[in-house]
Design a protein around this ligand. Structure first.
Ligand code: DGT
Length: 243
């Protein structure tokens, strides 16, 4: 069977080193199938970022196991594992340099076409074209300023240029308007059918149409299913929906 881009959590518990008290993640089990879009929702501090940090091994599980492509992440060469995964962090990190350099960061040999394609999927093309020097426009000191949402779109383009198997968006469209966000999700589906996509969010509208949504509450997985299923049987999800 095709397991490229598959993610499996088996009874995962996690405690930060040196932290006392309850684990941050408690006995979590789920599967993301290849090509699926999976949403992760839950209140602040519920463990969403901690959960996704285990996939590229930014941290290791305390109990249980995490598998990527059917293999325990601890059995991979770290570089190989991380080559499969692109994470768009909550905080966008752009540097002083051109737009193209910022997109290419982490994949220095990316071609011009690859950069443009990534920018197009991330819905960044129009504002890049409108910038004074296009892709050669300088950002940061001495350069132009971008809005929060534009920075997030560059950050998504930067992740896509790596052509990952797994794309993780950690609240990375929070500053993007809903129409643009919908366009990004649509083009992600069209251009990268095989890409497994995990979307962490605080707003249900961002993940309503996901193949599966995981609901975290205080480190526990309290719901898993489609929007319709969760609206029918997950109280925490309903509370988020109506809040
Ligand atoms: P967010 O980003 O505010 O929506 O919250 P989540 O759902 O992403 O939660 P997360 O995973 O950042 O935090 C879960 C719990 O873990 C919370 O009690 C804070 C704690 N925590 C997060 N990062 C660290 C860390 O680096 N060290 C320690 N000791 N605790 C941490």
């Amino acid at each position: 069977p095709n397991t490229k881009g598959q993610i499996d959590f088996h009874n995962v518990s996690f405690t930060y080193e040196g932290a006392s008290g309850e684990p941050v993640l408690k006995n979590i089990t789920f599967t993301c199938l290849p090509g699926e879009t999976v949403g992760v929702i839950g209140s602040t501090g519920s463990g969403k970022s901690s959960l996704i940090n285990l996939i590229p091994r930014f941290y290791d599980v305390s109990e249980g196991s995490v598998e990527v492509d059917g293999m325990d992440v601890r059995e991979y060469n770290l570089k190989e594992l991380r080559g499969k995964i692109a994470v768009v962090p909550q905080q966008t990190m752009l540097f002083t340099g051109t737009i193209a350099e910022n997109i290419r960061w982490g994949k220095e040999n990316a071609t011009e076409d690859e950069i443009k394609r990534a920018a197009a999927i991330a819905e960044a093309e129009s504002f890049i074209k409108a910038a004074p020097e296009g892709y050669d426009t300088l950002l940061g000191q001495g350069g132009i300023n971008l809005s929060g949402g534009q920075k997030q779109r560059l950050s998504i383009a930067r992740a896509l240029v790596k052509q990952p198997e797994i794309l993780i968006l950690d609240d990375s469209t929070s500053a993007v308007d809903l129409t643009t966000e919908a366009k990004i999700k649509k083009s992600l589906k069209e251009y990268a059918v095989e890409l497994t996509c995990i979307i962490i969010t605080q707003r249900i509208s961002s993940i309503k149409d996901a193949d599966k949504i995981l609901v975290l509450d205080d480190g526990k997985l309290v719901g898993s299913g489609t929007h319709e299923q969760l609206m029918a049987d997950c109280q925490v999800y309903q509370e988020i929906h109506y809040s």
